[in-house]
Design a protein around this ligand. Structure first.
Ligand SMILES: NC(=O)c1ccc[n+]([C@@H]2O[C@H](COP(=O)([O-])OP(=O)(O)OC[C@H]3O[C@@H](n4cnc5c(N)ncnc54)[C@H](O)[C@@H]3O)[C@@H](O)[C@H]2O)c1
Length: 373
């Protein structure tokens, strides 16, 4: 396989949903030779027009026009989670592959329909997060594969924040079903844990919340109260098929954590893994018998990457093979998260019906391309 970040496997992309996150994709598409952005659309046509005005050769169209276009291979779905399945299903029905922002859909029942429709239509489903393809998680993955910590026994994954209402002007959805710390931030952590330790076979969960209202901290609604309908502190234990146990701590009810985002422990060493919501960061090893932590050299992953690199990676995945940032992993991560919440309600362990292949390590890959207007 050639460098997936170079031309030769060009993919014509149309974006549906031009909100806050679109800018990060545009920045990276300008750097990725293999991605040809051709059209954009949004329910709010002025947002699509603003993107088209800023990117050479891109047209703003209606959602229907974009779905019907003959020059689009893949629809990039950057709508809100509640619309992910509906847009993905329409794109698949129009014969197009899809890559969506996380989560794959609001529920596993919707996500299953997306994967089944794609299988029937013979198109590809990809899904964020592609952060796990960056040098941070990939260097940690290579260290595990190279046996630096021996067989992994356990992991901790920690995300602590006092709540997004402190900075987000419209934080309502974070505190409604489908929101909460696990479904919002968990895709990064669970995808990383599966990438590092393999699929999950069962989970137990427990959850709580501190208050029934949150106060908006910025913007025109500053001072307004937002009702809380979900648990804002979620913990869980994931039992991996390998036997390793991961402990999750995802909270909108804490202030900060000094401990690393992810730690992996094996009999021969412990590994500090950087923030899975970022593409890079230091990986540190404390080997059995060593006197201190050592920072490992960067050894795998897309160098200096960002949101959208998962699509360039998908573009070179051989036909019939699951992409690294693929629907299978995204579905598995969603089922794990849904099951942790189910267990927190029932008080019982929940078996995970789906599985996912541990995606192949990304060789250390540099971008060698020009920046477009
Ligand atoms: N904002 C972030 O920092 C961030 C970071 C990582 C991932 N994400 C993910 O990206 C996705 C989008 O987030 P965002 O912050 O850009 O949201 P946003 O609300 O700013 O933008 C979403 C856009 O989608 C459009 N839209 C919604 N439904 C649509 C439909 N049916 N058809 C066409 N357009 C539709 C909206 O008009 C809006 O412009 C979410 O899944 C989110 O989890 C966001």
């Amino acid at each position: 396989m050639g460098n997936p970040l170079s031309s030769g496997n060009d993919l014509n992309v149309g974006i549906i949903g031009c909100g806050k996150i679109v800018e990060q994709y545009l920045t990276n598409f300008r750097r990725l030779e293999s991605i040809n952005l051709v059209a954009v659309s949004d329910l709010d046509s002025s947002r699509a027009q603003a993107v088209a005005d800023s990117y050479d050769g891109v047209r703003a169209v209606s959602v229907e026009e974009l779905l019907a276009a003959n020059d689009i291979d893949l629809v990039l779905n950057l709508t809100i989670p509640a619309a992910h399945a509906e847009i993905a299903l329409k794109a698949i029905a129009a014969g197009k592959s899809v890559y969506g922002e996380k989560p794959l859909a609001a529920t596993t029942s919707e996500a299953r329909q997306v994967l089944e429709a794609a299988r029937t239509a013979g198109v590809v489903v990809g899904c964020a997060p592609d952060t796990v393809l960056g040098t941070g998680i990939q260097t940690a993955r290579k260290a595990i594969d190279d046996g630096l910590i021996g067989a992994p026994v356990s992991a901790t994954a920690t995300m602590a924040t006092p709540g997004h209402e402190r900075w987000h002007p419209n934080p309502d959805f974070y505190y409604q079903p489908g929101g909460g710390p696990l479904l919002d931030m968990g895709p990064y952590y669970v995808s990383a844990l599966v990438t590092l330790l393999g699929p999950v076979v069962s989970v137990v969960g427990a959850a709580s919340h501190t208050r029934n209202e949150r106060t908006i901290g910025s913007g025109p609604r500053e001072g307004q109260q937002v009702p809380v309908a979900i648990d804002s502190h979620v913990t869980g234990v994931l039992v991996h098929a390998s036997g390793a146990l991961s402990t999750l701590f995802m909270s909108f009810d804490a202030v900060k954590t000094k401990s690393p985002n992810i730690e992996i422990h094996g009999e021969k060493g412990s590994l500090v893994v950087p923030d899975p919501n970022h593409f890079d960061g230091e990986v540190q090893l404390f080997a059995l018998g060593a006197e201190d932590w050592e920072t490992l050299p960067v050894s795998a992953g897309y160098v200096d990457s960002g949101r959208g690199f998962g699509i360039a990676d998908l573009a070179t995945t051989p036909a019939g093979q699951e992409p690294r940032a693929g629907g299978e992993l995204a579905f598995h991560a969603l089922e794990v998260m849904e099951s942790v919440l189910e267990s927190a309600t029932s008080g019982k362990a929940v078996s995970i019906g789906s599985t996912a292949h541990r995606p192949a390590v990304v060789p250390l890959t540099e971008l060698a391309t020009a920046v477009r207007a």
